[in-house]
Ligand binder design. Structure first.
Ligand code: GLC
Length: 458
């Protein structure tokens, strides 16, 4: 079986969120058992000189315009990743936009999607595993090729919606512009191509697979998804335990394992030299996130005054521009037990997991979430809103792996009560050790994907 795994971002080459981590760890876990290679765009901020030129090149024609495509590759730890170098796609300094989304993202990711199909042919792939809207159109273009496709939804909130005339610019006929196909409230919707034309549809947790069929979580596509629910599976993500391992992690100050948990305090002490927090005896609550509504910053802002009245330290490592930035900065200015750090910073995030006692994830919805798993691997107790993958991976009452504080409603009251419950926990060490023993890797879920791949090829 030969599989081509496609994603718009793959760690460490390009990352804006959890998709990049999964696009790194899932194919690697799969590669232990099957022949699989990955593909992503080459972006303008990447160092092309570090990559090799492949023997493959081709031209694609979209709406009458020819695009010349070159293919680059690199092999890391024996694993092969291809890069699509194309006009428009590869010249940008960001993945999806600078301040605003790039106006030609329809064409950029249309080129990416069409190139994936050509690359799959050149590599004789039997299955193409597509992730999120950026490569969803590949499912449409693969439909008559005999190559099978699986489409994974990492976040239904981002669908790739563009003006109607994108279709003609991509050379897709207007017979596809209807509600059973790519049309969506007068515009065209790339995600719908993935949902409709893939052979199998998956999303990143069993609970999210059920939630997206409802109006509350369906982002306007619940009706459409219900038509295809027979091919929809929810498979929980995992994390790369080699990379997220406090025993060997080179990015943290002091390595530790479940038998030396007291060394978390040493990590905290070092961390506090860098951030403006002092009392290391107080429990440290952290949040590591993109600064977007989804992650629950609305609830956090409503609750933050009350949170900071408690005997704790709060540290946020947040990335991105949004309406939440300014109010958080104002609060940070006047609070001694609150530190606010901006920017995506992989090392610092590891240091936070290693130092913290608790991780906050009050997400309004969360397809899977990886931070709660990383936290558990570092002996940091997650406090989560019980939705999507958070519900499937964190349990307060049952004996299942892993353990943490779970609140049912995303509200100020529930969040404050959850923090109180956390601060009253008596058996913290036991919980930390229990979580550190959980299998948080991708191994179990990789087996489920392989079962699906085999089914598709039958
Ligand atoms: C998206 C989702 C997140 C998920 C990640 C990887 O970022 O919002 O919940 O963990 O994709 O699948």
């Amino acid at each position: 079986m030969k599989v081509l795994f496609a994603s718009s971002e793959i760690f460490p080459f390009a990352k804006s969120g959890g998709l990049a981590d999964v696009a790194n760890s899932l194919p690697k876990a799969l590669s232990k058992q099957i022949d699989i290679v990955s593909v992503m765009p080459l972006y303008g901020f990447m160092d092309e000189k570090k990559l090799n030129k492949a023997d493959i090149s081709f031209e694609i024609n979209l709406g009458g315009i020819e695009y010349k495509i070159e293919i680059l590759f690199t092999k890391v730890d024996g694993f092969l990743t291809y890069f699509i170098k194309a006009p428009l796609l590869s010249t940008t300094l960001n993945l999806y936009g600078d301040k605003e989304a790039y106006a030609n993202n329809d064409i950029r990711f249309g080129i990416f999607s069409a190139s994936i199909v050509q690359l799959a042919k050149a590599l004789h792939a039997e299955i193409v595993h597509l992730n999120d809207w950026h490569c969803a159109l590949s499912a449409f273009w693969l439909k008559d090729t005999g190559i099978k496709s699986i489409f994974t939804i990492h976040n239904l909130a981002y669908q790739g919606i563009f003006e109607k005339d994108s279709l003609s610019r991509l050379g897709i006929g207007f017979e596809h512009f209807n509600m059973d196909d790519l049309e969506f409230y007068g515009k065209c919707n790339f995600m719908k191509a993935g949902i409709r034309y893939s052979d199998v549809l998956t999303t990143v947790s069993p609970t999210y697979a059920k939630e997206i069929l409802t109006p509350t979580y369906g982002c306007g596509l619940n009706g459409f998804l219900n038509l295809y629910k027979r091919k929809l599976h929810g498979i929980l993500n995992g994390i790369n335990r080699d990379f997220f391992n406090p025993k060997t992690d080179e990015l943290i100050f002091k390595n530790y394992d479940k038998n030396s948990l007291n060394l978390k305090q040493k990590n905290k002490k070092e961390l506090y030299k860098k951030v403006n927090l002092t009392d290391i005896k107080l429990p440290l609550f952290v949040m590591i996130s993109r600064l977007v509504e989804q992650k629950g910053f609305g609830i956090l802002l409503e609750s933050i005054d009350k949170i900071l009245e408690k005997k704790l330290n709060l540290l946020l490592l947040v990335d991105g521009q949004s309406k939440f930035k300014e109010p958080l900065m104002q609060i940070a200015k006047k609070s001694k037990n609150f530190s606010l750090i901006f920017g995506y910073n992989e090392s610092l995030s590891h240091q936070l997991y290693a130092s913290a006692d608790f991780l906050l994830m009050p997400s309004l919805f969360e397809p899977c979430g990886l931070n709660q798993m990383i936290a558990m691997a570092y002996g940091t107790i997650p406090i989560v809103h019980g939705t999507g993958g958070l519900k499937d991976s964190v349990h307060e009452k049952s004996s299942r792996c892993g353990k943490g504080i779970v609140f049912a409603k995303p509200s100020k009251k529930s969040l404050l009560l959850a923090i109180d419950r956390a601060m009253k926990l008596e058996n913290i060490k036991q919980l930390q050790k229990f979580n550190m023993d959980c299998d948080l890797s991708f191994d179990e879920s990789a087996k489920k994907y392989i079962t699906i791949y085999k089914e598709i090829l039958k």
